[in-house]
Design a protein around this ligand. Sequence first.
Ligand SMILES: Cc1cc2nc3c(=O)[nH]c(=O)nc-3n(C[C@H](O)[C@H](O)[C@H](O)COP(=O)(O)OP(=O)(O)OC[C@H]3O[C@@H](n4cnc5c(N)ncnc54)[C@H](O)[C@@H]3O)c2cc1C
Length: 442
Amino acid sequence: MGSDKPDAIVLGGGFAGLSCAVALAEKGKKVLVLDKKPHLGGRAYSFSENGLEIDNGQHLFMGCYFATRRFLKTIGTDHKLDIYRDVAVDYAESGGKRDRLSCPSWLPAPLHLAAGLLGLKGVSLREKVALVAFDLALKSMKSGPIPDAVEKMTVRQWLTSLGISPNFQTRFFDPAAIGILNDKPEVASAAGFIQALRAMFFAGRESSRFALAKTGLSELYTDAARDYVEARGGRVISNAKAASLIEEGGRVRGIVTDMDSRFESGHVVSTLPPWDLKKLRLPAALRGSWETLAPAPIVGATLKLDRPVMSERFLGMLNTETHWVFNKTLIHGSQEGGQTLAVVISGAHRHVGLPPEKILQIAVKDLTSCLPEFSKAKVLASKVVKEPFATLSPAPGSEAKRPEPGTGMPGFSFAGDWTRTGFPATIESACLSGQIAADRLP
Ligand SMILES: Cc1cc2nc3c(=O)[nH]c(=O)nc-3n(C[C@H](O)[C@H](O)[C@H](O)COP(=O)(O)OP(=O)(O)OC[C@H]3O[C@@H](n4cnc5c(N)ncnc54)[C@H](O)[C@@H]3O)c2cc1C
């Protein structure tokens, strides 16, 4: 790029920033990406420690992550994302009891989901009658904005209003909602849940497929995205923390870092999460209700065991503090001996302040009660990762505070998973926001 001004500065090198930078580079723009951390990947990265390859938290992708898939395809790493053909989830609970949601492959969406739900063993036929009301409600909101009255309801209130029994909620809806929204059904708005369900189940079978990275998260996208941008004349700089925006004549003209370096450009796209962006010195025109958006934490642990204890790729755990367990050995196709598991506690407000040993104790207790083989296994290595600022807490009323991606003021646009993309704050929302912001640039 030499001393020339870049066509655009992208703040943040996570999924949103890198997908925005790649989309701009694809259009022939010279981009400068700045991230305050020494590594790229933001809230979705991996690292090695004690012989373990560890994601900062297990990330589940979906077939309906079309913007994400487009991004990976452009940078040439889509083959590192495994999209599974079967739409099935196994559940384990205390005493090793099992249940299975299996959506038959011969039925079109969303009938395959209905058939899968009808097949759940732990829910009575009488309880399943409520699926009719659920189906009608979802169909009435198939597209467009979620009605205000529903947006103001929590997931719990919405499901209860449809006559879905507490048992049915606990066994299917709660694990899905907490996985998607990263907060308890009593706290999370129904809007995000509905946005995700309709993207997964009303847009063809492919959309409801689960997908997981066959590699560590960083290997999935960070280096390939950097190479793509730099091969097209752009630059990616780490350890560069934006401190203020340069505003002249009602237009943003660049940024200044906390080390007083000045970078100028015709346009700045910010993909910083709201809690980081609001710390910058910003023009008054950019201030707004988005500054009150709050984060929700996730706590995870990776455990290397001396023997295999599960054969599935992942399991939902019912009536436990830990929500999901992933079989990293199978997912990565690793030939290592033993087995590596990753467990996840979403909406972990109560757990994020606990010491790592306590988190491990909880994980071990839950795995022992749900997986009969676990008590025979020895934990050879482990790592707990706490992410206090994991995702946007999707409380009722938050949707209206999310600015649209690509909007802002002259010379500046908002992007990031937390902007209003029609998706809850996920990887897909991040990638889509970055691509929309890139599209809207002159
Ligand atoms: C543990 C965990 C599990 C998750 N599980 C899932 C899942 O299963 N499925 C799913 O879809 N999503 C999941 N998510 C959410 C997903 O990770 C995020 O939605 C996504 O990574 C957000 O990307 P982003 O680019 O919008 O933001 P970020 O990744 O936060 O990127 C913003 C970047 O800005 C940088 N930055 C901040 N301030 C400054 C500054 N002043 N100057 C320069 N740079 C700055 C940060 O360092 C960061 O790299 C999970 C998140 C976590 C933490």
